[in-house]
Design a protein around this ligand. Structure first.
Ligand SMILES: [Ca+2]
Ligand SMILES: [Ca+2]
Length: 178
């Protein structure tokens, strides 16, 4: 059994200028807002930290995102997009993460694009519904899915430490005899 006290040895944070606030955790995933930028720039930033723009899988996740981040920003660009060949206005929408579309929360009448220039989705102030938009510079949300933890033992000053890595964070625990 591990003792309750965890020692965080090292946290490597990405450059601050591209981000708003810190990573927030929900159901084992980590979320962080980007600064205002184009959708493709935000996705590239996400890929740079081993992530993608957010995939909203169900109503509970949508609600948590609204409660956590809408106090900070009026709109949140999502990882939902529509390929150019898709039928307008509601055909072919998919998540940039590759996860299946299991939940949508479109505002009534949306997506409404008649001509094919609104192929991205953005979440609005409460009630946290979505509309299609043309990719203007906006705050986006990144969702990081941690890899399975890497676990190993090291010795430090005669004490054994059990270390786990979650992408950029090393967390070490003193194993207790039990
Ligand atoms: Ca998700
Ligand atoms: Ca469209």
């Amino acid at each position: 059994m591990l003792c309750q006290t965890a020692l965080v040895l090292l946290v490597v944070a990405p450059a601050g200028g591209d981000w708003i606030g810190d990573w927030e955790s929900y159901r084992g995933h980590y979320y962080r807002l980007t600064a205002e930028m184009r959708w493709d720039e935000a996705e590239a930033l996400a890929v740079g930290v081993g992530s993608h723009l957010v995939t909203i899988n169900d109503a509970a996740e949508n609600q948590w995102i609204a409660e956590t981040f809408l106090p900070v920003t009026n709109v949140i660009a999502l990882g939902l997009y529509q390929p150019p060949e898709a039928q307008e206005p509601d055909g072919g929408w998919q998540w940039i993460s590759g996860e299946p579309v299991t939940f949508t929360n479109w505002e009534g009448g949306f997506p409404e694009d008649p001509v094919g220039d609104k192929d991205l989705a953005i979440l609005l102030k409460p009630p946290a519904t979505w509309i299609d938009y043309d990719g203007y510079r906006a705050v986006s949300l990144v969702e990081m899915v941690p890899e399975p933890a890497t676990v190993f033992l090291v010795t430090l000053g005669g004490f054994a430490l059990l270390c786990r890595r979650r992408r950029t964070t090393w967390t070490c625990h003193f194993p207790s005899a039990n």
